[in-house]
Design a protein around this ligand. Structure first.
Ligand SMILES: *Cc1c(COP(=O)(O)O)cnc(C)c1O
Length: 419
């Protein structure tokens, strides 16, 4: 698609956008009575207006029914975790047996690693990427420590292309180290650079080399379409408060590939016990169906309610439609930056190929600092700053407009020219 830099052109893109009406389903934060330009959905997604009703329903059931809400509420709490399965399955490309909402991302990473990292005599190392999110690094380190290993058992892949990783390089590394690798953990979309990894090709290679592979989908779910089942991913987890708009600290979830279900390798809690006999309380654990057996506790219903409200919107919009708008929007952002007067001050560290990125562009700016973020915020632009000198800009196709992208580049140009 060819773009131009006119403001009118941004308005035209919005008029032609078949998803433009979804914006009205969200609360857009305001400053001085003016809607902000919110480009931070990769950090905390905005609130769907329906969230309040969903949560109020559970508050009302709790208020009126007390404990009986477990069975007699409008959406009985006893089966609440099942309600998110259809929506999540579509976003993840998984069967409903393979996905369940539970806990938080870092907790779930620990649970999954506990089950999947079973070091052998020779195959006992873990491969991650050098720029991995600290929580992922800590989770892996804790697991190594449990087995008495130090970081010599950690292979940290350095980017081979400045800030990014080529697929061939990742695959070659897995091949080269196959005899010592037990497990690979990679992001679906890298949080800092915004690179989208080729989950299909990398998982194929890991499977061929008999190395287990898991993905942290914090920045991928709700951002790009996923095919976890067909791509033979062994396990995955995510959080729901970024592109999934399910609220701060929202409920997470896990995916375990069908081929691993039923082998009883996971840590156990009462909520994973088959609901038919769970309340016999006889300490004889019988597995629930599929990945439901991995549940430990009864889930947070208020957080799950917000999650349901959000999944309903994704279902209505369709992840493929969202992705095609997202590609157009991010390309437009890239185009405007390159055409701007400040293009020589900005290095886009996100891959230029739309197939290798999601909604986010990471801009490395020589004199970027938290003060610049404050100036942007004063002008009504909300986004974030990450060391080293990176601002992350994430136009979310559910609620951002092309006009906002245009104004963002205009405001950034002004700030960089006058600072
Ligand atoms: C956002 C994010 C987290 C956050 O972890 P929580 O357990 O939800 O606090 C972890 N890892 C990655 C890669 C993230 O992007």
């Amino acid at each position: 698609m060819t773009f131009n830099t006119d403001l009118k052109f941004a308005q035209k893109l919005d008029q032609e956008d078949p998803l433009s009406h979804f914006r009205s389903k969200f609360h857009i934060p305001e400053k001085s009575d003016k809607e902000v330009i919110y480009l931070c959905g990769n950090s905390l997604g905005l609130q769907p207006k329906t969230v309040r009703n969903y949560i109020e329903q559970e508050l009302a059931d709790w208020e009126k029914l007390g404990v009986e809400g477990h069975f007699e509420g409008k959406r009985p709490w006893i089966n609440y975790h099942k309600l998110s399965k259809p929506g999540l399955s579509k976003l993840l490309g998984a069967s409903t047996k393979e996905v369940v909402t539970m806990g938080s991302l870092t907790e779930n990473l620990h649970l999954l690693l506990d089950a999947f990292y079973r070091p052998g005599k020779k195959k006992n190392k873990i491969l991650i990427e050098k720029m991995a999110f600290p929580s992922d690094f800590y989770a892996i380190s804790s697991q190594l420590q449990r087995y008495g290993y130090d970081h010599s058992h950690l292979l940290e892949l350095k980017p081979d292309q400045k800030h990014n990783f080529s697929t061939g390089y990742i695959i070659n590394t897995i091949r080269e180290h196959r005899d010592e690798l037990a497990l690979v953990l990679l992001p679906g979309v890298q949080y800092l650079s915004g690179q989208l990894f080729d989950i299909h090709a990398i998982s194929d290679a890991a499977q061929q080399e008999e190395v287990l592979i898991g993905f942290d989908l914090a920045h991928a779910i709700g951002n790009v379409p996923l095919q976890l089942h067909d791509h033979q991913v062994d396990f995955a987890t995510w959080c729901s408060y970024k592109y999934l708009n399910s609220g701060p600290g929202g409920i997470s979830g896990i995916f375990v590939h069908e081929k691993h279900l039923g082998n009883d390798q996971q840590l156990k809690g009462w909520w994973g016990h088959d609901p038919g006999s769970r309340f016999k309380m006889d300490n004889r654990w019988i597995a629930s169906e599929g990945v439901d057996a991995w549940q430990l506790s009864n889930p947070n219903i208020l957080a799950s309610a917000a999650h349901l409200a959000s999944l309903e919107i994704f279902d209505e919009a369709g992840i493929l439609n969202l992705r095609s708008k997202s590609i157009r929007m991010t390309s437009y952002l890239e185009y405007l930056i390159k055409e701007s007067e400040i293009s020589d001050q900005i290095r886009i560290i996100t891959p230029i190929n739309p197939d290798e990125r999601g909604a986010q562009l990471s801009l490395m700016i020589e004199n970027a600092n938290p003060e610049m973020i404050r100036k942007l915020s004063e002008k009504g632009v909300i986004l974030d700053y990450r060391e080293p000198k990176v601002i992350r800009v994430a136009p979310a196709p559910l609620y951002n407009t092309f006009l906002e992208v245009w104004y963002f580049v205009d405001i950034l140009t002004h700030i960089l020219k006058t600072s």
